[in-house]
Design a protein. Structure first.
Length: 151
């Protein structure tokens, strides 16, 4: 009779490790928002800019929906972090930045609704979108720091 492998006995490299949903779920809003910023830039040079302008508006909206779901998962997964620990302080910073990112992208979305959909993304909106992307990357860095200190 064959012996069970290490992973079948629960002793493999993944034994005792918890799979977190938040890091998986945040790929949706991050991907949507970064793709939206790329489409904003492309709309400025495209022969049919309206397609990119419309697509980037949809990507911002989808990113907002994904951010709410990812944020809820992240909050629930952060509950076991001990209050007062380095990881908890980093979580609070990350939470504040993530909330700011969501508000910024809500404003971004509302600005897009007022922009003409058949033209390139207006310059002011393009700059705002790229600035949001910078804040998003900083927020991602704080999230990675939480994970690194809570292992």
């Amino acid at each position: 009779m064959e012996q069970p492998s290490e992973s079948e006995r629960g002793q493999g490299p993944a034994a005792g490790r918890k799979v977190l949903l938040h890091p998986l779920l945040v790929t949706v809003p991050v991907g949507c928002w970064i793709a939206g910023a790329v489409f904003d830039v492309v709309s400025r040079a495209a022969t049919r800019p309206g397609e990119f302008t419309t697509a980037s508006t949809w990507l911002v909206a989808l990113g907002l929906i994904g951010a709410v779901v990812a944020g809820l998962a992240g909050f629930v997964e952060s509950l076991p972090i001990p209050v007062g620990s380095v990881a908890h302080r980093r979580f609070v910073v990350h939470l504040m930045l993530a909330g700011m990112v969501i508000v910024l992208y809500m404003v971004d979305y509302l600005m897009r609704l007022g922009a003409p959909p058949d033209r390139p993304v207006p310059t002011g909106l393009l700059v705002f979108s790229l600035a949001n992307t910078v804040v998003l990357v900083v927020t991602m860095g704080t999230g990675a720091a939480i994970r690194a200190t809570s292992r």
